[in-house]
Write a protein that binds this ligand. Structure first.
Ligand code: SAH
Ligand code: MG
Length: 213
């Protein structure tokens, strides 16, 4: 029997998630600039791009920009004329991301909004509805981001959330860390939400995906 594992995840990357120079640079340059090395992996980025195009997204929102690596993949999945609004608290992260978006040729389609995402989202609601939302900031805030995303995504739109596995910690009963508990609660809550059809893509650290009915 074949079981999903890191080798198969690597196989997906090698086969489907070829990176051009700009993506490779964004990936390597982000930690070099002193930002945490927590960008999505290439196969996860490819999956985001796939989801964006599969739901025909023109209007996407990302919560947690970091160095822009996942944002490049999302922007490259948008329909022509589409745009990504990506939210980031740290001006220094936004500055690094802006460089990477320019190098990837998507700066014309990506707007970085600096500030606390909860505040930015309150204002952003007036610009909706959106086709695609990617949640990838503090795990303890995922519930609040979900509360925003569900009413602000159109039917047929997709909400995705990174780190659904917390690097495997969600299965470790001894791990009572707040972020791990928050992810357990979040996964259970989305799974039980009748207004979406949801599951977890197991590549990398797991991406929860939900399509709104
Ligand atoms: N999506 C990125 C990684 C994001 S890491 C990628 O895969 O390439 C999480 C980011 O969210 C960090 O840059 C952090 O500064 C930002 N963040 C955390 N809490 C936030 C908040 N409340 N508002 C806005 N940004 C936040
Ligand atoms: Mg993440």
């Amino acid at each position: 029997m074949t079981v999903y594992n890191d080798q198969l995840s690597q196989y997906i990357s090698d086969t489907f998630a070829a990176q051009d120079e700009a993506l490779r640079w964004a990936w390597e340059d982000t930690p070099r600039q002193g930002l945490p090395a927590i960008s999505v992996r290439p196969e996860e980025g490819r999956f985001l791009q796939f989801l964006v195009r599969a739901c025909g997204a023109s209007k996407a929102v990302e919560i947690g920009t970091l160095g822009g690596y996942s944002g490049i993949w999302i922007a490259r999945g948008l329909l022509p004329g589409g745009a990504l609004i990506t939210l980031e608290r740290e001006p220094a992260h936004a500055a690094v991301a802006r460089k990477h978006f320019e190098a990837a040729g998507v700066a014309d389609r990506v707007e970085i909004r600096i500030g606390d995402a909860r505040e930015s989202l309150r204002r952003l609601a007036a610009e909706g509805p959106f086709d695609f939302v990617f949640i990838d900031a503090e795990k303890s805030d995922y519930g609040a981001y979900w509360d925003w995303a569900l009413p602000n995504v159109r039917p047929g739109g997709i909400i995705a959330a990174h780190n659904a596995f917390r690097h495997g910690a969600i299965l470790d009963a001894g791990d009572r860390a707040a972020a791990t508990e928050a992810m357990r609660v979040f996964n259970r809550r989305v799974a039980a939400e009748p207004r979406v059809i949801s599951t977890i893509f197991p590549g990398g650290d797991g991406t929860l995906v939900a399509v709104k009915k």
